[in-house]
Design a protein around this ligand. Structure first.
Ligand code: F6R
Length: 367
């Protein structure tokens, strides 16, 4: 049932192009970019009435929420707050009927997230849930749903379910932007096409990325610590890369916003410390580059994920993983792939139980 793959996680990494396609199919018109999400139960009037959106999730799903904040604020012009569900459920919330609460949960059963949406509902908020499991508790309690349709995920560390959450959240953004007309029809078509095209890019690049990462880890698989850094849309992916590495390889790893390095973590950098920097050619590229140069000046062991053709990166380190240039809003989806493969290959080399890491459960139904 692993279809020739050594682990479910690797199989599921390779299923990601299909997962993206499943999430978006039938929901976006390739001619116009218009998005249809009938099960969301929010019409134009409801959307116009929201002055804030709360995104509530745990773990990897929380990282998806962090990316969605950038997308929704940029294209749908609605202020977004992102909360870790275990914090959301107990803090003093300022919620009323003008707030939309969106829970993001692969399983739809996570205790804290479920308690969070119950509380939001009690306070008058409409609740939408983005979920991979049809009929799960969260989908039954929400006013509307967006199913991710990634297919069952066996590996405890989420891969394809996360990628599908990103695709669903981008659809959600386009849906809001279309109803509110906050971006032109032309721009919506451009964004829609970017989403449609990304599955093909991931599919094409996956085998080559795996080989590149396999070659790279010889020098890194027995390290004790890792840092992951990124700016803008790459920041949540840095967090996700660090989480994936810790949970399956048991290597200590931290993710930071690149601009935060100088506020503390830079003290950790010496010639022993590997730092994975995500540095696509996007609108914050120059800023990210100066952060990377600071790391280089302190002799950190740089691993760079950057854009094909950006030969400047080779002057900074021998360890560069190149990714094709795609629409910049799609970079989080693309840059997740080498981060997943890096943790997978390292954990596998270390002989870890990749699909069932110690102390972790697929569905966290207790708080
Ligand atoms: C990590 C991972 C977890 C889950 C978290 C929330 O790889 O999978 O961090 O994302 O436990 O689970 P769901 O999405 O089911 O609410």
């Amino acid at each position: 049932e692993k279809a020739g793959y050594k682990h479910f996680m690797l199989k599921e990494i390779f299923e990601q192009p299909q997962a993206i396609t499943n999430t978006i199919s039938g929901r976006i018109n390739p001619e116009t970019g218009e998005v249809d999400l009938p099960e969301i139960n929010l019409d134009r009037e409801a959307i116009e009435s929201f002055d804030r959106i709360f995104l509530v999730a745990c773990g990897t799903s929380w990282h998806a929420a962090l990316i969605a904040k950038y997308w929704i604020e940029k294209f749908a012009h609605i202020p977004v707050e992102v909360d870790i569900a275990s914090e959301f459920r107990y803090r003093n919330l300022l919620i009323n009927e003008r707030v939309l609460t969106v829970s993001i949960s692969q399983s739809g059963e996570t205790a804290d997230t479920l308690a969070g949406i119950r509380r939001a509902k009690e306070m008058g908020s409409k609740v939408v849930t983005i979920c991979n499991v049809v009929g799960s508790t969260m989908t039954r309690e929400a006013d509307g749903t967006i199913y991710t349709h990634a297919g069952p995920e066996i590996g405890v560390a989420s891969t394809k379910a996360f990628i599908s959450q990103l695709a669903a959240l981008f659809l959600f953004t386009l849906y809001l932007a279309g109803k509110k007309e906050t971006v032109s029809a032309e721009k919506r078509l451009e964004l829609g096409k970017a989403l449609i095209n990304i599955a093909g890019v991931v599919d094409r690049e996956l085998p080559r990325l795996r080989t590149d990462i396999e070659n790279l880890i010889d020098d890194f698989w027995d390290c004790r610590d890792f840092l992951f850094v990124g700016r803008g849309l790459s920041f949540p992916i840095a967090l996700e890369g660090a989480l994936k590495l810790k949970e399956i390889s048991y290597i200590h790893a931290e993710g930071y916003a690149s601009g935060e390095l100088k506020h503390g973590p830079i003290a950790l950098i010496d010639k022993e410390m590997p730092i994975v920097a995500l540095i696509p050619r996007d609108e914050v590229y120059q800023k990210s580059l100066s952060n990377v140069e600071e790391i280089k000046a302190r002799k950190g062991r740089l691993i760079l994920f950057g854009t094909e053709g950006d030969t400047h990166l080779e002057k900074l380190t021998d360890d560069v993983i190149y990714l094709p240039e795609v629409h910049e809003e799609m970079n989080p989806i693309l840059y997740t792939i080498p981060a997943q493969l890096l943790s997978y290959e390292i954990a596998s080399r270390r002989g870890c139980d990749v699909d069932q890491p110690r102390n972790l459960a697929k569905s966290v139904t207790v708080e």
